[in-house]
Design a protein around this ligand. Structure first.
Ligand code: KIV
Length: 264
């Protein structure tokens, strides 16, 4: 049975954890679906993972449309969520226009990175039938402003600010919150305090769902390996085994462990 936004709400209501992995092409989209992955993210991480770029900043709308179409052609049972790339949602008008292009390419939800400045766009998208995931914490499209890939939400002031931003975006209509590289306590708090499913990556064990980049799960990413990633190929024994091992570890609450989380 296909995963929908309502499935994610039901998982949260029943305390069932759900799994999310990035996918960029049809063969992997089919495999991830067969392995029971609930959400497939056509992430702009493809800029680094597939295109060998330094950051996600150069990724274009054309790239995201192309890879969304590739994933959608596999007709996965997973929910397909696609990133709006850098500056494609800088104004509400651009956001509506570009989100429509992604939905018409096969996305079932769009993801945007930022804080409460996105509230009006979130409101207008969701009122017009576009489910939205708001990505907070470490937002890689802001790397030039952040000055490095660092843990976010450290200290009580930063934590309060992030909780307030998450609440504001949910009030505006965000269907899902995604938290990247935040302290486990912020992950726990936001998951408790907002009434929508929360997906974490380096956000501790308490979020409703977990996401990783597929190539990290397969141990084939190059360069710096963040603390929150785990190579599942060793224990899985094959590509399919690794994806199944990740899915099971998330659903059993065995991943992430403390060593994959941040304190502070
Ligand atoms: O682009 C991506 O893959 C992402 C995940 C790392 C959450 O945004």
């Amino acid at each position: 049975m296909s995963t929908t936004i309502q499935s994610l709400r039901d998982y949260r209501a029943n305390g069932q954890k759900f799994s999310c992995l990035t996918a960029y092409d049809a063969p992997f989209a089919g495999l991830l679906s067969d392995c029971g992955i609930d959400v497939q993210l056509v992430g702009d991480s493809l800029g680094m993972v597939l295109q060998g770029r330094e950051s996600t900043v150069p990724v274009s709308m054309e790239d995201m449309i192309y890879h969304t179409e590739c994933v959608a052609r596999a007709r996965p049972e997973s929910l397909v969520m696609t990133d709006l790339p850098f500056m494609s949602y800088a104004t509400t008008e651009q956001c509506l226009h570009n989100a429509a292009r992604l939905m018409q390419a096969g996305a079932q939800m769009v993801k945007i990175e930022g804080t409460d400045w996105m509230a009006e766009s979130v409101r207008q998208l969701t009122e017009r039938g576009v489910p939205v995931c708001a990505h907070l914490g470490l937002t890689p499209q802001f790397i030039n402003k952040l000055g490095g890939y660092r843990v976010q939400g450290k200290g009580s002031e930063a934590a309060e600010r992030m909780v307030a931003h998450a609440r504001r975006l949910v009030e505006a209509g965000a269907d899902v919150i995604l938290l990247e590289c935040v302290t486990a306590s912020v992950g726990t708090r936001i998951t408790r305090e907002v009434g929508v499913p929360v997906i974490g990556i380096g956000a501790g064990p308490d979020t409703d769902g977990q996401v990783l980049v597929l190539q990290d799960v397969l141990g084939i990413s190059r360069g710096h390996k963040p603390r929150f990633v785990k190579d599942f190929l060793q224990e899985g024994g094959s590509v399919e085994g690794a994806v199944r091992a990740y899915d099971q570890a998330v659903k059993n609450g065995e991943f992430p462990e403390n060593r994959h989380s941040f304190s502070g």
